[in-house]
Design a protein around this ligand. Structure first.
Ligand code: UT7
Length: 337
């Protein structure tokens, strides 16, 4: 047995409500939080983002993921029954139990699959794609559904202006299928790493078993995202550059030969700094953060989906995905479309 794994379908879904910087600033001002469109645009590159409507079952994390998965299945020409494995990357699941993978399995009708969640924050989609690649190459799995989907608005600290303007809600999905050993279209290489010593610079401390949510925790917003923005920024630029280089070096692909770069969409300044370090011109960088904000594990699959549907990414082209997130977690994955 000697197989490859290749991505054959992509899909994405967003909540209906899109909120511009101006609208967000107006909303936050009601609670005494000062911000403005110019600051957000200049410091992040974000113009608007989508938020799920709280309590609307059509906009639960797993429901957005279901819509994205149906689109990916359609592109791949597959049915839900064809799926053997569902890997759902998220840090904002619908419920602590069961997993979002199982909610998605039920909604999709993927009755032949086994489903699980994978928690690696913003790096989750690449960790999940790496896991699917290994399962397919080992011969265990033929067809995998890999999802990155978040409703980050549920854990945003609306009184912290330096983080609350960054995040948005979205779902992205891909179908990964077994391909022959000589397939040109395939996942070429991936590199993952994490450093738990850096947990403190980006975390949500309450809501787990150490500190279940209490009225005190709610009051102190300990169940919401806490972030040291500048520290995260620094690590992001360094690790994104390092992991992109690892993938290109291993595949012996020069930055000139790379067709597309899809970095985690957290901040345009981070992306520009990384592209500059790697000598990748910005016209090869796929961006969607202007209209989505940072959607954590959903940034890369939604950006990929948009580029594929716009016909930017063509058969035989190389695509480098590159991520970092809470943990800290890092990773890159290179594929040929
Ligand atoms: O998926 C990973 C998630 N996280 C990240 O990727 C975050 C990485 N870090 C960043 O993107 C940036 O550090 C931020 C966008 C979070 C912040 O940008 P910055 O250039 O590092 O700004 P700063 O935190 O150094 O703050 C500069 C100033 C401060 O005012 P003073 O002290 O200079 O008077 C802040 O209080 O900007 C102020 N500020 C704001 N002003 C208007 C911070 N947030 C805002 C805001 N509106 N929303």
């Amino acid at each position: 047995m000697n197989y490859n794994a290749k991505v054959t379908g992509t899909g994405s879904a967003f909540p209906k409500k899109s909120v511009s910087n101006e609208e967000l600033a107006k909303q936050l001002a009601k609670d005494g939080i000062e911000t403005n469109h110019e600051w957000i645009l200049e410091r992040t590159g974000i113009v608007s983002r989508h938020y799920s409507e709280t309590g609307n079952p059509d906009e639960f994390n797993s429901s957005l993921a279901c819509l994205a998965s149906q689109k990916a299945l359609q592109m791949a020409g597959k049915t839900p029954e064809d799926i053997d494995q569902i890997i759902f990357a998220t840090c904002t699941p619908d419920t602590p139990l069961p997993s979002n993978g199982c909610w998605l399995q039920k909604k999709l009708g993927a009755k032949n699959a086994y489903a699980m969640d994978l928690v690696a924050a913003c790096s989750g989609f690449i960790y999940a794609l790496n896991t699917a690649d290994q399962a397919i190459r080992s011969g265990d799995v033929k067809t995998s559904l890999v999802v990155g989907s978040e409703t980050l608005s549920s854990m945003t600290n609306w009184s912290d202006r330096s983080s609350c303007v960054l995040f948005g809600d979205a779902a992205g999905a891909v179908i990964v299928e077994r391909a022959p050993a000589d397939s040109q279209s395939k996942i070429i290489t991936s590199h993952l790493q994490s450093d738990g010593n850096l947990w403190e610079i980006l975390h949500v401390i309450a809501g787990g078993s150490n500190e279940p949510v209490s009225s005190e925790a709610l009051k102190q917003k300990r169940n919401k995202i806490q972030m040291q923005g500048r520290e995260v920024f620094k690590h992001a630029v360094r690790t994104l550059s390092q992991f992109a280089t690892k993938a290109l070096d291993e595949a012996k692909i020069s930055h000139e030969d790379l067709d597309w770069f899809i970095p985690h969409q957290a901040n345009l300044r981070i992306i520009e700094a990384v592209a500059k370090r790697l000598n990748i011109p910005m016209n090869k960088v796929i961006l969607n953060l202007d209209k989505c904000g940072n959607t954590s594990s959903a940034t890369v699959p939604t950006a990929l989906d948009e580029a594929v549907r716009q016909g930017k990414i063509k058969s035989g082209q190389t695509v480098l995905m590159d991520v970092f997130g809470a943990g800290l977690t890092y990773g890159s994955l290179l594929l040929r479309w």
